[in-house]
Ligand binder design. Structure first.
Ligand code: SIN
Ligand code: CO
Length: 388
């Protein structure tokens, strides 16, 4: 994708301009980011998804049994029969994993790393429906799918911003409105992390949230050090062969900190391990139970492809790749695999193609390492045969 082409999605800005001026900085309203947008899913289908065990869903009722009552799915048909006339919202997470046409929307966001994208959440709200004024720690593109929603944006927040007392929801106690828009189908609002926002349905409406993910510093440190510790032996310890006799045995001298710092730096500074951990961490699937496959021999793979089989990425799998020296690392669903540099085009194809088949895989089918890789990914469940 050329970063200097004006994009309708970004209101005529190029991806480069958007990243420079708006991304992680300030909101951007785009009228008709999608012309004549027709939601690939309607309210009934969304409610249907919320009945499923494996789908994460919530309902927020402003004047429920308690103010801003939160109910968690899966729901039953009866739930929907007992809801009030108005002022409630159903929110369904990761609809992209269940509805391919919703996943296709993500193709428009390819100017951002795919491993930064979390999911497409879709909300259905009745008139007045809202989840209250709040802020998120992540970037989000809010695409109006159906009906109208009024969006107000406010102040930048942080963990000190006062919240209403609520056991589950983080609703802001103060909202300092700075802008307000009414969004119609196809309109889209980009919000940077921590910007207060408040969306209220004007009529029955569907809103798509393309949400991003960014690990917190606490997550990076705990998970990376956990990962690192697998490679450390018990013998590797604080050591002070250079120490001098001490004048006060109770004092921790600063030279002890120096030794600790070098111990930390030696391990924390290992770029190869950092990359391996990061790729694995960022490709961990949201629903690991939906990433499962079956063993397949290389002969079986070739036979199937010759008979016209189509291999697709599991919509629940996440994939990414990177370079290490002359080799490549492929990350798939939380695992990594070191591969020779010659497989670069195959990795790119696996990560990006809608479908893999005898034709686009032709040049790789005589290559042992390529066949082994594809079989491994099928076994792991990151790739699978279509219509099985
Ligand atoms: C919604 O769709 O109602 C909420 C989306 C958000 O504010 O993050
Ligand atoms: Co939000």
């Amino acid at each position: 994708m050329n970063s200097d082409t004006p994009l309708q999605l970004l209101g005529g800005l190029t991806a480069r301009e958007f990243m420079r001026d708006y991304w992680q900085k300030k909101p951007l309203l785009v009228r008709q980011a999608f012309t004549d947008f027709e939601s690939p899913i309607d309210a009934d289908e969304l409610a249907g998804l919320a009945l499923e065990e494996e789908v994460e869903s919530r309902i927020v009722i402003e004047h429920g049994e308690t103010p801003w009552e939160l109910r968690r799915g899966p729901f039953t048909e009866e739930t929907f029969g007992t809801l009030p006339e108005r002022d409630w919202t159903l929110l369904v997470q990761s609809v992209d994993q269940f509805v391919p046409e919703v996943a296709e929307l993500l193709e428009h966001f390819r100017f951002l790393p795919s491993w930064r994208i979390d999911d497409v959440m879709i909300s259905f709200a009745t008139p007045g429906g809202s989840v209250g004024p709040h802020f998120d720690n992540y970037d989000v593109f809010l695409l109006q799918g159906h009906g109208k929603r009024n969006w107000k944006v406010g102040q930048m927040c942080n963990s000190d911003s006062p919240l209403l007392e609520h056991p589950d929801l983080r609703i802001l106690a103060d909202f300092e409105q700075s802008d307000e828009w009414s969004l119609e189908p196809g309109d889209m609002l980009y919000l940077p992390p921590r910007l207060a926002h408040y969306g209220v349905a004007e009529d029955n409406c569907l809103t798509y949230s393309v949400g991003f993910r960014a690990p917190s510093a606490a997550e990076v440190l705990t998970h990376f050090t956990d990962f690192l510790s697998q490679f450390l032996t018990d013998e590797e310890r604080y050591s002070d062969a250079d120490a001098q006799p001490v004048s006060d045995p109770h004092q921790i001298q600063h030279d002890a900190l120096g030794r600790l710092k070098s111990l930390l730096n030696e391990h924390m500074g290992d770029e190869r391990l950092l990359l391996t951990w990061f790729g694995q961490f960022m490709t961990e699937p949201r629903y690991p139970e939906m990433v499962a496959g079956e063993a397949l021999s290389e002969e079986e793979l070739i036979d199937s492809l010759e008979q016209g089989a189509i291999i697709i990425r599991n919509p629940s799998a996440r994939m990414a790749w990177s370079e290490v020296d002359d080799n490549l690392l492929l990350f798939a669903s939380g695992q990594s695999r070191l591969l020779p540099g010659e497989l670069r085009e195959l990795l790119k194809l696996i990560c990006s193609a809608d479908a893999l088949h005898a034709e686009n895989l032709a040049q790789w089918l005589g290559d042992e390492a390529s066949l082994e890789l594809i079989c491994e990914l099928i076994k792991q469940g990151s790739l699978g045969f279509a219509n099985e």
